[in-house]
Design a protein. Structure first.
Length: 477
């Protein structure tokens, strides 16, 4: 085995172009020359080269590039700032120079970014539309900002998102209450204005409007019982209903309200609806300006463990949201973005194959990075499912339950069939049932080195009407 040369984080900081104001701290993690090949390194989920990440921030698409900023803390003591990664396909990410660093107003907490196509901000220089970011200056969370309150600030980029300048008249929204935070802005086309949602305190949120990204007026306060942090607010077209648009409001855990917004007030018509039934899904945010009207959500897979790794925490695989009408009302469905296909390696295909109890339909097939797409008729089976990396995805006829890594969701057969899409990476399993109607995103620490795959049925035969298993390439190669 190749020896793992350890380099210090100070060297890494140099590689990343870390600015000195964020790096007054000592080395807190080690980085190896096996970067991105470490045993527990997710191979197609974003994680930072080293250190701690949490919320996705400032998700925005501009000129063919997906920008993902993220709460980053590779140093001690805690001082989150905005790290930055870019991608051309939502799959292959490159971590680049840090974007927004702490100052005397505070460390840099979560927020969002938009493309200011009409230059409402007046920040434009040259040919590019300015990108404007909104973040929370978390006053009092560092020595430098002792005594300062939490306020909402902005920063802008005039070079297509590559470098950022803080607005000189910050804050744009002064302190309101407690640790008010996590501004998420969206362009409101009918009103030709910006709308911003903010987490205030306890379970209170507020909406604001602005014509220029700089002066904000409050529109509405509302309560979302039991919910906190990282709100998102955006319009979505109802699939198959031309001309019908609804507004979706999500909070950190990804639960949603679907309703109407007349430019002044949001009225919930359905919700809260569970966004994800898994164990590790938090701080959700959708991209601004995704092409083709796509609505793509990224979450931090909070709570996962990566023993002995130089990095910690990962994002989920980006998912595309659709708004669909079901007999029970409007619901959001989420599926992995189609760009997952760029990683497809070997394909194993089955059509109308019996899954007999005691047999493994996937005998002889192994893989640790997987994209499984299945349409299964449970028939007489009391249960069926898959095993990968020693973990199980199990559908059970008793209650139509789908379970994985200790979590459960309901997935009832539609026309006698269950559709499943499953992504397996080194430390995560994401299960999408019935076209994304129920999603479970969870992480695990592998207990085995075996990558033998299994497809099983119990209590009677099930039928794989169609089953495709793709092994995947690493996104880091
Ligand atoms: C959510 C959160 C946000 C905050 C950020 C700080 O995980 O607590 O509310 O802005 O993390 O890192």
């Amino acid at each position: 085995m190749k020896s793992q040369a350890i380099i210090t984080l100070a060297v890494l900081a140099g590689c990343l172009g870390a600015a000195s104001s964020a790096s007054g701290a000592k080395e807190s993690a080690n980085v190896t020359d096996q970067l991105y090949s470490e045993k527990l390194r997710p191979q197609f989920h974003f994680s930072a080269k080293a250190g701690w990440i949490n919320d996705p921030n400032g998700l925005v698409f501009y000129k063919g590039v997906w920008h993902m900023f993220f709460q980053y803390n590779p140093f001690t003591p805690p001082a989150p700032f905005w790290g930055h990664a870019i991608s051309k396909d939502l799959v292959h990410w490159k971590q680049i120079e840090h974007a927004i660093l702490p100052d005397a107003m505070g460390t840099i907490f979560s927020g969002s970014a938009v493309v200011d196509w009409k230059n409402t901000s007046g920040f434009k220089k040259g040919d590019d539309a300015p990108l404007v970011a909104f973040y929370t200056a978390a006053g009092g969370t560092s020595d430098e900002s002792k005594g300062a309150p939490f306020t909402q600030c902005s920063a802008y980029s005039t070079d297509a998102g590559m470098t950022w300048t803080k607005y000189e008249k910050n804050p744009v929204i002064p302190h309101i209450k407690g640790a008010n935070r996590d501004p998420k802005a969206v362009w409101h086309e009918p009103g030709q204005k910006w709308v911003l949602i903010l987490y205030i305190d306890e379970d209170w949120f507020a909406l604001f409007e602005s014509k220029d990204t700089k002066i904000w007026t409050k529109l509405q306060d509302f309560q979302f019982p039991g919910h906190t942090e990282c709100p998102d607010f955006f319009p979505m077209k109802v699939e198959g209903e031309p001309g019908v648009t609804k507004w979706v409001l999500t909070t950190a855990i990804g639960d949603a309200h679907i309703g109407s917004f007349d430019g002044k007030r949001f009225v919930s018509e359905a919700g809260p609806l569970t966004g994800d039934f898994g164990a590790n899904y938090y701080a959700v945010q959708t991209f601004s300006d995704a092409p083709g009207g796509r609505r793509i959500q990224v979450a931090w897979m909070r709570g996962a463990e990566y023993p002995d790794m130089p990095f910690t925490q990962q994002m989920n695989f980006p998912t595309e949201m659709t708004l669909r009408r079901f007999p029970e009302g409007l619901r959001i469905c989420r599926l992995p973005v189609r760009e997952i296909e760029t990683l497809h390696d070997k394909e194993h295909k089955f059509k109308n194959k019996a899954i007999n109890p005691g047999e493994n339909l996937l005998a002889g097939i192994s893989g640790g990075l997987l994209h499984i797409q299945a349409e299964i008729e449970p028939g007489k089976a009391s249960a069926f499912g898959f095993r990968a990396l020693g973990e199980e995805v199990r559908w059970s006829a008793d209650g139509n339950t789908l379970s994985c890594l200790g979590k459960t969701a309901i997935a009832a057969p539609e026309n006698g069939r269950i559709r499943l899409e499953i992504l397996v990476d080194r430390t995560s399993i994401e299960v999408f049932a019935n076209g994304g109607r129920a999603v479970m995103s969870s992480c695990f620490v592998p207990k085995t080195d075996s990558s033998q795959l299994e497809c099983f049925a119990e209590g009677g035969a099930a039928k794989a009407v169609s089953l495709k298993v793709h092994t995947l390439k690493s996104a880091w190669r």
